[in-house]
Design a protein around this ligand. Structure first.
Ligand SMILES: Cc1cc2nc3c(=O)[nH]c(=O)nc-3n(C[C@H](O)[C@H](O)[C@H](O)COP(=O)(O)OP(=O)(O)OC[C@H]3O[C@@H](n4cnc5c(N)ncnc54)[C@H](O)[C@@H]3O)c2cc1C
Length: 374
């Protein structure tokens, strides 16, 4: 992996949340009476690996596209390009996409795509009484949205050097709206949305905590500390954060959309003309990275990420992100597995897991786990 290709510092990146620098994991100095001594260590070994997955984050340097346009006699609403933050942002941008789509007052609406954006947009519109059909070439569990880690964190979905102030102004209420809606799914087992003890760990101290995306009130129990941190790191930002299990969440939202009347149709669109030949006069484009070819959006490119799933450990209810020379090591526990990551490689299109990367990740997390028990 080429280190220059790693995405560090894009948009609301982990860097902005306190992980700007990337240096070797420091030697731990752990107080035996650590406040984390009740944390159980991650069992990270190759014999606990169930599978690895690779997904392509649909990244637009200027930020997601959320707007309505007229093409011939059709209204096309675009809701795509959410990079590494699509699960997080989904309700927020889909609420606005649904508002655009409802304006022409056409009873029938087509939604293109059945990832998190298509599903949330379809559900919102169907609940408002519109006759919605989702057209897609892949449905859950076969979308990029199913691969997501998926921590609720507005992160890595635009380039700060490129995004406009108008984008940022509009983005804040979108983040907040999305968070509010996710709160309604917490602790309802069918949806797989749970609070977790989340640790951002840094190899060097910081003077102050920054204002986090959407406002610090979205991050319960947010604190920073410079001693007695997880794994002995010199600096830590701790908060309660939501973890969403897409393998539960997406089928549940799909089912809700169907119960509200949404129909599903397998379709693969090769061109805009294919799209314009749909019978509906209002079409919401939620095709993620697919929008690049379909609507000639040359600004968008993939940021490839590999994740590995380990056998579940119900005793683990904490998560962490640690910067390393290669990028990051992060761990998010779910009911059905422990997800470890992760990579972020710009413009890489391959979706085949790399065995060496899996081994490196497993070893990296095992080294961290040793710091809990040493
Ligand atoms: C490794 C990894 C980790 C991630 N972690 C997080 C995280 O922790 N938190 C977070 O918020 N986000 C995370 N993300 C980002 C998130 O997964 C994406 O932003 C999100 O899934 C995008 O959703 P979408 O619905 O726009 O696209 P997709 O899920 O890709 O759905 C696109 C849909 O459009 C359909 N489609 C595309 N082209 C066509 C076509 N031509 N014809 C017909 N159908 C078409 C597809 O079949 C699919 O149904 C992560 C992503 C990856 C890869």
């Amino acid at each position: 992996m080429n280190r220059r290709d790693l995405l560090i510092g894009a948009g609301y990146s982990l860097g902005m949340l306190g992980l700007a620098s990337c240096s070797a994991i420091p030697k731990a100095t752990i107080n035996k009476q650590s406040r984390y001594s009740h944390y159980k260590p991650l069992l990270s070994s190759m014999d606990r690996v169930t599978h690895s997955v690779v997904g392509l984050r649909p990244f637009r340097p200027q930020g997601y596209r959320l707007e309505s346009e007229q093409l011939e006699n059709k209204t096309i609403v675009h809701n795509y390009g959410h990079g590494g933050g699509g699960i997080t942002l989904s309700w927020g941008t889909s609420i606005i996409a649904a508002q655009f789509a409802s304006k022409p007052m056409s009873r029938d609406i087509a939604v293109l795509g059945s990832g998190v954006m298509g599903l949330t947009t379809a559900l919102l519109l169907a609940q408002q009484g519109f006759k919605v059909t989702i057209y897609a070439k892949d449905f859950p569990p076969n979308t990029t949205s199913n691969i997501a880690a998926a921590l609720w964190l507005p992160s890595s979905y635009f380039d700060r050097k490129v995004a406009t102030s108008q984008f940022l102004t509009r983005d804040k209420p979108i983040i907040r709206g999305s968070f509010s809606r996710f709160l309604t799914y917490v602790n309802r087992p069918r949806y797989g949305v749970y609070w977790n003890n989340y640790h951002l760990l840094l190899p060097e101290e910081r003077n102050s905590i920054r204002t986090l995306p959407g406002g610090n009130d979205l991050y319960p129990e947010l604190t920073t500390s410079t001693e007695d941190n997880l794994f002995g790191y010199p600096y830590q930002s701790y908060m309660k954060a939501l973890i969403i299990d897409p393998m539960l969440y997406l089928p549940a939202i799909l089912e809700d959309a169907q119960l509200a009347g949404t129909k599903l149709k397998y379709s693969q669109f090769k061109s805009v003309d294919d799209v314009l030949s749909l019978k509906e006069s209002v079409i919401v484009n939620c095709t993620g990275l697919g929008a690049s070819a379909l609507f000639s959006d040359n600004s968008m490119y993939p940021i490839q990420g590999q994740l590995t799933h380990l056998l579940p450990q119900p005793e683990i209810n904490y998560s962490y992100v640690v910067p390393t020379p290669e990028g990051y090591l992060y761990m998010f526990p779910r009911k059905g597995s422990i997800v470890i990551g992760g990579t972020a490689i710009k413009r890489a299109y391959d979706t085949k897991p790399n065995d060496q990367l899996t081994l490196n990740m497993v070893r990296g997390h095992a080294d961290l786990a040793k710091k809990l028990i040493s």
